[in-house]
Design a protein around this ligand. Structure first.
Ligand SMILES: O=C(O)c1cc(=O)[nH]c(=O)n1[C@@H]1O[C@H](COP(=O)(O)O)[C@@H](O)[C@H]1O
Length: 247
């Protein structure tokens, strides 16, 4: 059974190896996985993923692939070859793109005799609200309707889970199978700024609602004491897990 700590993913949204390793050193004991996104990866390349894995931490490589199926499938094999534990693609790339990526990750992991990474489909970014989605992106309907629709397509395509806001967890849980993973950014303790996140919940609320993993960046990495902030978040997550077990 995974503890609250195992379920906390800390986003290393910084520019350099040194800044990333300083966070790893500060909060390594207080989280389960480190997420490397386009900022850090595009600054220093795969070296930092390899270094953090070599230190013994699982890495979630969040490059949000969105391209034609063949390109995304081949990129999925590349990141699987780097032994990442999770990686992302955009659900809006379509079913065939997601299916090819999941298949390629499976095959690559099998040739390397390694665990298959958790392939995660990003539904609707947590920074988006209804107005942006409808008027700028041009998707009709509510955010919830679109998240649910994309989550169902992702599950049909054979990926392992989705990235969505905590506000959509219960809807996804009702519509998708129990072992389909839900990873939620947009998590904000009451003591932290929302920044550019639009659809948020507290760590306790997100865990109560049924999230498998929470992604937290700035409330930890930009705080005066990252280890203490991570520990406070874990305690809030524990309360949520207890609520969930009581249901
Ligand atoms: O795929 C993601 O991880 C992601 C999807 C999404 O919808 N919203 C979102 O915030 N994220 C990522 O989650 C992290 C959130 O960071 P903070 O807002 O600083 O907690 C960032 O690294 C984002 O890239």
């Amino acid at each position: 059974m995974q503890t609250a700590k195992d379920r906390l993913i800390v986003a290393l949204d910084v520019d350099s190896r040194e800044e990333a390793l300083a966070i790893v050193q500060a909060v390594g004991k207080n989280c389960g996985t480190f997420k490397i996104g386009m900022q850090l990866h595009n600054s220093v390349g795969f070296a930092i993923t390899e270094e953090i894995i070599a230190l013994g931490y699982p890495v979630f490589l969040d490059l949000k692939f969105h391209d034609i199926p063949n390109t995304v499938a081949k990129a999925s094999a590349v990141v699987t070859g780097k032994s990442v534990s999770m990686f992302t693609l955009h659900a809006s790339g379509g079913k065939s793109m997601m299916a090819r990526a999941a298949e390629e990750a499976k095959q690559k992991a099998s040739t390397m005799n390694k665990d298959i990474p958790l392939v995660l489909a990003v539904t609707i970014l947590t920074s988006m609200n209804q107005k942006t989605l409808n008027e700028e992106v041009g998707m009709d309907g509510s955010v919830e309707h679109n998240v649910l629709r994309l989550a169902k397509v992702a599950e049909e395509a054979g990926v392992g889970g989705v990235v969505a806001s905590p506000q959509e967890i219960s809807l996804i849980r009702q519509a998708c199978s129990e072992n389909f993973k839900i990873v939620t950014p947009g998590v904000r303790p009451l003591w932290a700024d929302a920044n550019d996140q639009a659809r948020t919940m507290t760590p306790e609320e997100a865990m109560t609602a049924g999230a498998d993993y929470l992604v937290v960046g700035r409330p930890i990495t930009a705080s005066a004491n990252p280890a203490e902030s991570a520990q406070k978040i874990i305690e809030e997550m524990e309360k949520g897990l207890q609520q969930r077990q009581l249901r």
